[in-house]
Each structure stands twice: as structure tokens, then as C-alpha cells.
Design a protein around this ligand. Sequence first.
Ligand code: PMP
Length: 379
Amino acid sequence: MDKIYFDYASTTPADPCVVAAMGPYLDGQFGNPASPHAFGREALKAIEDARETVARSIGAHPEEIIFNSGATEGNNHALLGAVRSLRDKGRHIIISAVEHPSIERPAAYLESEGCPVTYLAVNREGLVDPQQIKEALTDETILVAVMHANNEIGTIEPVEEIGKIMRARGILFLVDAVQTAGHVPVDVERLGADFLTMSAHKFYGPKGVGALYVRRKTKISPFLMGGDQERGRRASTQNPAGIVGLAKALTVCLENMPQEMATQIRLRDQLLTEIPRRIQDVVVNGHSTARLPNNSHFSFEGLSGESLLMSLDMAGICASMGSACKAGSMVPSRILSAIGLSDELAHGALRLTIGRWTTQAHIDYLLEQLPVAVRNLRV
Ligand code: PMP
């Protein structure tokens, strides 16, 4: 039986043209970009071209892009680096209650080190209220982090509005754009971001490579210390193949964005309307309109999400409860608790995320198999 992939938010297959673009930098053009000889110069040129591409794709300048190992590193770097550099200005940080663990955990660490942290509640649809952020700001606030879109329930946050408030107050704004970069328009000026993070493997690029945008003149101490790579802001030999792959993947996404968004919204909406129509006692989680084109998320009463995933897997359908980071854990998702779901509904979660290679036939097969799986588990 063929396997059908409904877990694009967890990771995506690399596009074949991305793999082709990376090949030379793993083979003949293998140089270390820090080497002054011809091999090094070739690799350096590829990295700088990629930096230009990535910068242009988010409305930034090339020197504002730091290549790294992915958004976990980018989020840790932005939070810890900014707090270290701004020690004299203040220590208070604000994060939304639905941030990814790569922001929530460093924030909790900073809290344990004596930095006051405010966790902003979200409403039933997962939205942060910009007014509440305004009220939480103090003279000591140095950084606010609100993700562009949530990885579990797909809610797109009012980041532009929050960014405006932060810029007016001169407070740093960190935007985790992991689920949006390459999928919906992302522009650092429009979002008012001072830091923005992305991971290539979420938009058909390779794993283990990402980019951190840092607005010009923003102070940030390095997170990895060592060599002078990335203008002294991120030590370690760069990954030319990965960086070329990231830039190529982003280029392909931008070229195809309007069509891909339209197709995915059409397929996603079938899931959002047909699943509650075909199955009783289902809750749709997330926002009805401010939602990622590729995300649908449900809670089923009277069953465990783990069992549902296993049944679907046996039918060749690969899905998720919401977050790869929670796999195997019985603790209800922090995000689902934050939107006010009962433990029972949080345990019956199912996230179906689609992507470049999802077809109508995949959707039809899912819509046929899911009611059967739910019915068998509920008896
Ligand atoms: N932020 C969000 C919203 C994510 O979905 C993820 C990946 N699940 C990350 C950060 C971390 O990305 P990576 O695992 O590539 O470091």
C-alpha cells in the first residue's frame, strides 16, 4: 500500500530541484567558504548569492541574514542573545502562550535566571490580543515574541498590528515564521520584526539549516562562539549545500505561492467542512479565516489521538496529533490547553497538514478512511 503524507507541518520532502541545486556543493564544489583559495571562493560565492535571495524574499538586506542550523537555534539565539545584549536596558520579556518550545523553553530558562516573563493568553481560536500586549508592557520590557502562525492549530497571529506597537515603543519583536516562510507572504517591514526565524525543511528544503533575520543595528551577542563566520555572529563552518538548498527552496515557493496557496486552501477547506459533516462529535480547532493554507486540526470526542494515528497509519495515512515534539507523550498539548480544550478533547487531537504533493485523490481516500477509523475506535 502506498503511504500518504498528511504531516507537511512537521517536515516536507525536499523538492527534487532543491536536491539538484545542492549536489555540486557536496561534491566537486566542496570548499570551506572561509578558505581564500578557489574552492573556498566558489563556496563563499554560493553562500552570498543565497543570502541575497533569502534577504530579498523577506524584504531584508543581505547583511541582516544569519545562516544557522534551523529555527530552534534561531529562536534560542534571538532570545538569549538579545537579553544578554540589553541587560542594561531591562529584563522583562513577553511571549505568547502558544509559542514553540524553542521559544518557550529558553524563556523559562531566562525566568529561572531572574528575568520576569509574561505569558500572553490566547482566545479559543488561538489568537493573541494586541491590546493585552500593550497592557503587559513595562519600562523594563526588552523583547516580545509572537509567532507568525501556530504549528499545531494553524492560527495566523495579528503580527503586523503587534509589530507596529513594538516599533512605536522601541521594543524588540521576535517573529517565529517557521510555518509561514515560503507558504504565505512574509515581509519583515510589514511585520515590524526585529528578529525572524525560519527552517528550510518546512518549505521543501533540507533539514538542519535555517536563517535568522536580525534588523540592522540590533544588538545581539553570538550564541555559538568560535570562529568569525557569519560576521562573527554565528561561529561554525557554514553549510554551503544546505544554504544553497534553503535559498533554492524559498525561490521555488515564491514563484508558485499564489497557485499553491489557492490549491491548498481548496483542499484544506474540504477537510475542514467534510470531516465534521461525516463524523459526529468533532471539534475544529484554530481560526476559521486567519489560518495557514495547509492546516486543519480537529479534536474527536471519545477516543485517543495516539490510537487514531495508529489506525490511520495502518490504512497508509501518515498524520500527527499536532506537534512532532509531543509524539509519544501523554501530557496534553500546551497549545490545546491554552485555547481552553478539556484534557479529553486535547487527547483526541488530529492535525492534517497538506502540501505540494497532496492530491484530490489523497483527500478523497482520507475522507473515506477517517470515519471508519473513528467508528472502530469509538465502539
Ligand atoms: N518554530 C515552529 C513554529 C516550528 O513548527 C518548529 C518545528 N516544529 C520550530 C520552531 C523548530 O524548527 P527546527 O526543528 O527546524 O529547529
